[in-house]
Write a protein that binds this ligand. Sequence first.
Ligand SMILES: Nc1ncnc2c1ncn2[C@@H]1O[C@H](COP(=O)(O)OP(=O)(O)OP(=O)(O)O)[C@@H](O)[C@H]1O
Length: 232
Amino acid sequence: MIELKNVTKIYGKKKNQFTALKNVSLTIPTGASVAILGKSGSGKSTLMHAISGLDKPQKGQVIIDGQDILQLKSKRVDEFRAKKIGFIFQSFFVQGNESVVDNVSLPLEIARVPRKKRAHKINAALKAVDLYDKRKNRAKDLSGGQKQRLAIARAIVGDPQIIFADEPTGNLDSETGAKVEELLFDYNKQKGVTLIVVTHDADLAKKCDHQIIIKDGRVEKSTVPGGIKHGR
Ligand SMILES: Nc1ncnc2c1ncn2[C@@H]1O[C@H](COP(=O)(O)OP(=O)(O)OP(=O)(O)O)[C@@H](O)[C@H]1O
């Protein structure tokens, strides 16, 4: 389970301060698929960064499997992220000049998986997204949909417990988008991996078990039973 308790994130200093998350408390059940919705600037990315330990809120708790990750030293947070979380972020995108295999290998190197164990995991991830035939290609020579599938392979290669996907179908045509969605939901259901999707796409959001709507740095609505606990 992922639990946020009274999380407040402030950007900037003094006069330029901006509170992007205001006392946010929410719950995400293990193995659920959850859509995070909200207008541009509402705080969705800030929330994802807080949950994944990419950024440190000034206040509150981010409890994952019973551990408050805000209490961990930054090296431990990096390890935790490398082992437990897979990212499909536009900004985290592939190294174009490197091969498909090398791109998928990267998270395993960060998680210090021994070289001998990597090949098997990489091949399995590439087969899962149907990119095994392209494994020697340079990443930049793939089509848009193939790049997105490569991003999924990279996100799942380390057997994460949680997958974050930021607009995973944003730049894809509807047919390719549908395939990418299917891959993500299959993985969520088959492996019991928690899937957290940030999206503006109402249809994609509806396919998730739960929806959490963020407005002006607060949780406006959550369909997780008992999912909003109003902090004082
Ligand atoms: N490094 C920063 N310094 C100052 N303000 C920031 C910083 N990062 C984000 N913000 C502000 O925090 C608010 C929330 O930003 P965030 O990126 O979380 O929104 P979002 O909901 O993900 O938006 P979008 O859908 O456009 O990606 C915005 O008003 C933004 O301007």
